[in-house]
Write a protein that binds this ligand. Structure first.
Ligand SMILES: Nc1ncnc2c1ncn2[C@@H]1O[C@H](COP(=O)(O)OP(=O)(O)O)[C@@H](O)[C@H]1O
Ligand SMILES: [Mg+2]
Length: 346
C-alpha cells in the first residue's frame, strides 16, 4: 500500500478466507527516499513522467515485498494485493487512477498479484473509496457497537459499524496531507512531528468556520475526496504554528461533521493511520467527538498496517469472487466485485 501521504510503502501479511476469518501477521513500512517522493509528487494529477514513475513505483513495491520476505523467510505467500498509488481520483467523471503495474509486479515477484481495486466500482457509478470498510467490519466482528473506525491518512475516512454489523463508510475530509504540505513548504521537516507546531499555535476560528461551510459536509454519504480537494481552505496568511493548529483543527472538525451522518451515535472511535501518532490531532478529536477516541492498538490491531492488511484481504475476496464494495460504502448501485488478477509467469 502506498497512501496519499506519500510517506512510503506499507507491507503486511494476513491469513484469511476473505470472510470473517482474519489473522493479521507481521508488517513493515519502508519510507520513500526524498528523491522518489518528489518524483511521485510531480505526477499527482496525472501529469509529467507518469510511465517512468509507475515503473519505478512498481519496482519499489517488489523490493519492499522482497525485504519483507527476508525478515520473515518462513512466510508462504499465496497472493499479493497491490493497491498502487492514487494520482487522480475523479469518481464523478467515472475515473480513478492508481499507478502500479500488476503484471510487472507478478513477474518480478513470481507471485500472483491482484491490482486495480477501484476502477470497477467507479465505472459502475461508485465513489471507488474508501475500500477498507469490509475489512474493518471483519476485524470488529466481536467488538461492542455502534463503533467508528477512523483512518487518518492523507485523506481521512470513517467506517461506521452498527449493532447488526451494518456498515456506512465515507471520506470525512482532509487527514494529514494538508498539514504535511504546510510544514514541508515552510520548514526542513515533512511532518508536524508529534503535533509540536500545532500545539503551540492557535487555531483560527474564522478559517475553520469557512472550511465547515463547504457543501461537502452536508452532502449525504457515501462520498470520497481527492488529496487536494480542500486545498483552497489552506490558511496561507497565518503563521507557521497557527496554520498548523488551524489545519489540525480542520481535520478534526471534518470528522465531527461526518458523525452527523451516522445512523446512530457510536460508543467508541478507534483511530488508525499515521494521524493517530499526532497528539495535537488526537486531542482535537477528543474535544470535538462525543465518545472516547483511542488508537486501534487498544483493541489489538496494528494501526500502521491496517490499510495494507485491507488490500491483502480484498485480494483474497477478489479471487473468491466476493464483493469488495457495497452501496453503503461507495454508493455503488449493487455489491460490486473488483480487482484484476495477474498470474505469475510459470
Ligand atoms: N509522530 C507523528 N506526528 C505527527 N504526524 C505523524 C506522525 N507519524 C505519522 N504522522 C502522519 O501520518 C502520515 C502517514 O500516515 P499514513 O497512515 O501512512 O497515511 P497514508 O495512508 O496517506 O499513507 C504522515 O505523513 C504524517 O502526517
Ligand atoms: Mg502511508
Amino acid at each position: 500500500m502506498s497512501g496519499t501521504s506519500l510517506d512510503g510503502i506499507d507491507v503486511a501479511m494476513i491469513e484469511t478466507d476473505g470472510g470473517e476469518r482474519v489473522f493479521p501477521g507481521p508488517a513493515l513500512t519502508i519510507p520513500y527516499q526524498e528523491e522518489f517522493r518528489e518524483r511521485l509528487r510531480s505526477v499527482l494529477g496525472g501529469v509529467g513522467p507518469v510511465a517512468e514513475v509507475e515503473y519505478e513505483l512498481t519496482r519499489l513495491h517488489a523490493a519492499a515485498v522482497g525485504r519483507f520476505l527476508q525478515h520473515h523467510p518462513a512466510t508462504a505467500v499465496d497472493i499479493v494485493g497491490f493497491h498502487g498509488h492514487t494520482i487522480r481520483h475523479r469518481p464523478a467523471e467515472r475515473r480513478t487512477w492508481q499507478l502500479g503495474d500488476g503484471g510487472l509486479l507478478a513477474c518480478l515477484l513470481g507471485l500472483d498479484v491482484v491490482a486495480d481495486f477501484r476502477s470497477a466500482d467507479v465505472a459502475a457509478g461508485g465513489e471507488g473509496a474508501p475500500l477498507a470498510p469490509l475489512f474493518h467490519a471483519a476485524l470488529a466482528a466481536a467488538l461492542p457497537k455502534p463503533l467508528a473506525v477512523l483512518n487518518i491518512g492523507g485523506v481521512a475516512n470513517v467506517t461506521w459499524i452498527g449493532e447488526a454489523s451494518e456498515i456506512l463508510a465515507f471520506d470525512t475530509g482532509p487527514g494529514n496531507a494538508l498539514i504535511d504540505d504546510w510544514v514541508r513548504q515552510r520548514t526542513a521537516a515533512a511532518v508536524d512531528i508529534d503535533g509540536a507546531l500545532a500545539r503551540v499555535g492557535r487555531a483560527s476560528a474564522p478559517h475553520v468556520a469557512r472550511f465547515l461551510a463547504s457543501p461537502f459536509f452536508d452532502r449525504p454519504p457515501p462520498k470520497s475526496l481527492d488529496r487536494d480537494d480542500f486545498r483552497p481552505f489552506v490558511p496561507e496568511s497565518l503563521s507557521l504554528e497557527d496554520g498548523a493548529a488551524t489545519l489540525t483543527e480542520m481535520t478534526a472538525a471534518g470528522v465531527a461533521a461526518a458523525a452527523r451522518h451516522f445512523p446512530a451515535p457510536v460508543r467508541d472511535w478507534l483511530v488508525c493511520g499515521g494521524g493517530r501518532h499526532n497528539p495535537a490531532l488526537m486531542a482535537a478529536l477528543g474535544r470535538r467527538l462525543g465518545a472516547p477516541v483511542r488508537p486501534v492498538e487498544t483493541v489489538g490491531w496494528n494501526g500502521d498496517a491496517l490499510e495494507a492488511q485491507a488490500f491483502a484481504y480484498l485480494a483474497v475476496r477478489s479471487v473468491c469472487d466476493l464483493p469488495l464494495t457495497l452501496p453503503s460504502t461507495t454508493g455503488v448501485p449493487r455489491p460490486m466485485r473488483g480487482g484484476r488478477r495477474f498470474k505469475r509467469s510459470a
